[in-house]
Design a binder for this molecule. Structure first.
Ligand code: GLA
Length: 705
């Protein structure tokens, strides 16, 4: 008997049908189909002909697509017994449970000695979450080489967009055609990677932020990964993802189970903003999602680097409090012999050399000024020149008999070693118990290279152990916020964000760079989780000078912070900073809950993004001009996502400084703040822009009358 299974949200459908005891066949993933859609019409619509030189049955795409069913694209599972047998399982369904949002299938192949559990869940905002478990039900060990989840995409989806990047240059978008063949993005860093795709998107030619059909995939995983888009002359295409396993990394003993990292699939018929809406909705619905206002923080790194002195830091804290900052974060350098980055990493004991009375005097001072206190740690790493490595050289991930390579003068410690794990847990637990710490910036400053535990590949074990360390610390210290940082944005994925409350998007605070990095990070991550700081006028990482207006505009939409030696501020700069922070506090409930809207500006050097309240009563847009252009004046810009029937009061928001321009007059809405313009006009004709100088930004505030 065949049953049609229709998982659905308001915007998406996954349609499958059972097929006797074979695995269910997936008929559709994407736009929402009507409730009463019938199996006969679906099959009649899509059943393909049998041709010469092909299998005698039309090819079926099953829930776990495998070659045994004639599937000639990338299979979902690869592995074998040591002697090469058991490589081609043919699963028989033993149980199917489904309702309108969940499909759970159990299947097994007793001959191959394998059993699987496949779970697909559609979340309210449209995201499809796919989970796969593989159990070795045989009598000998089974080496698993790949276990992936994929979704069908139509052959017309011929354009790829994904992200890449580097240290201080994360999340650079790239577009290319999807021809016949496979586009595979593999990240082999032992962490997510600065070059991670974040989401692999494929869509109609020329899809943009607000138009076109797009299918996207994200892997909830912080270790090695593989994402792919594939289009085949057999007339099928798919998007898939899974953990990238090293040879022999997963060998399942009889009875053992491999649980794949979840794969998240999004679909939008309104461009990339629809993809982001699905991801943001999913992230915001999590029980652990921060629901309190995100505190504006000051991070000491670019203010003092390793130069920790109580008097300097208390003065910094005073200035920070005067500016309206709510959280003071002490970065690297407070522990062990860590006076620079060559020593002491791994020794999680407050340095008596720089903090003879412990951290309490600083923390008390910070708290007396109305701020809470945060601290930097890098628990998965150690310098060879540390008490930890001297005492336990065996706690370093390494291939036996070989010195592991250094990277930022540090090595990776072996968290899969239970003694090592227990030691680090005890140190961090003690730190969080001894001191009033509200926030932990958790860093991870190197790739894993030849990472081995007991001589075998260890990236998976290390990633799971790091997750377990986060989870246990969060359990013991539920009030503490955690930030994920990895030399800036080297570990940004929804696996790590399931256990952290903020991400440090990049080590570059350069406002111009951050316009791009933050915008594209928000492809998947909602703004309230993206850490962005106002740095000093001279950017340390790029050498570029930036106006305050530009620096502030690039920080206020996100989880705002300041990373600047605020003790050196002139009175005028302090007023500007205070104004920007006040503006952010007044608008963060909108910025951190509304819908992200981005505007395509195809051939203009503008980055335009905004947040519109769920009820469309209020919105803020940012327009940044990256460089000079041929367009005379500012040109004008169509906004989107508003209520066309509403009349909005349109005003500029100046964050302590008016951006510099080259013009004799301002547009009407700047000259006369509160100018009334309907949503319909803003969304069709648009709004005149000022003639901003390059590297300047202006904010547009809209409130429905
Ligand atoms: C990394 C981080 C920085 C800073 C330094 C400290 O590079 O990304 O923000 O914390 O480490 O060493």
């Amino acid at each position: 008997m065949m049953t049609l299974i229709h998982l659905r949200s308001a915007t998406t459908s996954l349609v499958a049908r059972t097929d006797g005891d074979a695995l269910p066949v997936v008929l559709h993933w994407g736009s929402r189909l009507p409730d009463g859609v019938g199996e006969d019409e679906l099959v009649a619509a899509i059943r393909q002909v049998v041709t010469h030189s092909s299998s005698d049955e039309p090819m079926s795409r099953r829930l776990l697509p495998l070659g045994v069913d004639g599937w000639r694209l990338r299979p979902a599972l690869a592995g074998s017994a040591a002697d090469g047998t058991r490589f081609a399982p043919r699963f028989r369904t033993t149980r199917v449970d489904s309702d309108e949002t969940t499909l759970r299938v159990e299947a097994q192949d007793p001959d191959a000695g394998l059993a699987v559990v496949l779970t697909q869940v559609i979340h309210p905002d449209g995201l499809l979450e796919m989970a796969t478990e593989v159990r070795n039900s045989g009598e000998t060990a089974y080496r698993l080489d790949a276990c992936e989840a994929s979704v069908p995409i139509p052959m017309e989806a011929v354009e790829i967009l994904d992200l890449t990047g580097r240290w201080c240059g994360e999340r650079a978008p790239q577009r290319l055609p999807l021809g016949m063949g496979t586009w595979i993005r593999e990240c082999r860093h032992g962490r997510t990677g600065h070059d991670a795709p974040l989401a692999l998107c494929v869509g109609d030619p020329g899809f943009g932020f607000r138009h076109g059909r797009v299918w996207a995939l994200h892997l909830m995983w912080s270790g090695d990964s593989r994402l792919y888009a594939e289009r085949s002359p057999v007339g099928r295409a798919q998007l898939g993802a899974g953990e990238l396993l090293a040879a022999g990394e997963v060998v399942l003993d009889p009875g053992a189970t491999y649980t794949a990292p979840p794969v998240l699939a999004a679909y939008s018929d309104r461009g990339l903003d629809g993809i982001s809406a699905a991801f943001h909705g999913y992230v915001r619905a999590r029980a652990s999602h921060p629901r309190t206002p995100r505190p504006v923080l000051l991070n000491t790194w670019e203010a003092v680097y390793f130069d920790h002195r109580l008097d300097v830091l208390t003065a910094l804290a005073d200035r920070a409090a005067d500016a309206g900052i709510e959280r003071f974060v002490l970065d690297d350098g407070w522990f062990g012999s860590r006076r620079n980055d060559s020593r002491g990493l791994g020794d999680w004991v407050v340095s008596e050399e720089v903090w003879p009375d412990g951290l309490t005097p600083l923390i008390d001072h910070v708290r007396s000024r109305g701020m809470d206190f945060g601290i930097w740690v890098e628990p998965e790493m150690a310098n060879p020149d540390s008490d930890l490595v001297r005492a336990h050289p065996e706690w370093v991930l390494h291939v036996p008999g070989r010195e592991p390579m250094l990277w930022r003068r540090q090595r990776v410690i072996d968290l899969a070693d239970s003694d090592c794990f227990a030691h680090i847990l005890e140190r961090l637990d003690t730190l969080l118990s001894d001191y009033a710490i509200a926030f932990v910036k958790w860093d991870h400053n190197r790739d894993l290279v030849d990472a081995a535990h007991d001589g075998r590949p260890a990236v998976r074990a290390q990633t799971l152990a790091a997750y377990a360390l986060f989870d246990e610390l969060r359990r013991r210290h539920p009030g503490v916020d955690f930030e994920t940082c990895a030399s800036g944005g080297g570990r940004v994925d929804l696996g790590i964000l399931a256990r952290t409350d903020r991400l440090w998007a990049s080590d570059t605070i350069d406002a111009l760079e951050r316009q791009r990095i933050n915008l594209w990070t928000s492809l998947v991550v909602p703004p309230e989780l993206i850490g962005s700081h106002i740095g000093g006028p001279h950017t340390h990482t790029t050498g570029r000078n930036a106006s305050f207006a530009m620096r502030a505009a690039s920080a206020v939409f996100w989880h705002m912070g300041v990373e600047w030696n605020v003790s050196s501020l002139t009175d005028g700069e302090l007023v500007m900073l205070r104004t920007a922070i006040e503006w952010h506090k007044a608008h963060r409930s909108l910025l951190h809950s509304g819908d992200v809207v981005r505007i395509d500006t195809p051939d203009r050097p503008l980055i335009v993004h905004g947040v519109v309240a769920g009820d469309r009563s209020e919105a803020v847009f940012s327009v940044a001009r990256l460089r000079t252009e041929v367009v005379e004046g500012g040109g004008h810009l169509r906004l989107d996502g508003l209520d066309p029937a509403a009349s909005y009061a349109v005003s500029p928001a100046f964050l302590g400084e008016v951006p510099s321009t080259q013009q004799l007059s301002w547009p009407e809405w700047v000259a006369h703040p509160g100018t009334r313009i309907s949503g319909a006009v803003l969304m069709t004709m648009g709004l005149a822009l000022p003639n901003l100088h390059p590297e300047q930004a202006i904010l547009i505030h809209l409130r429905r009358d």
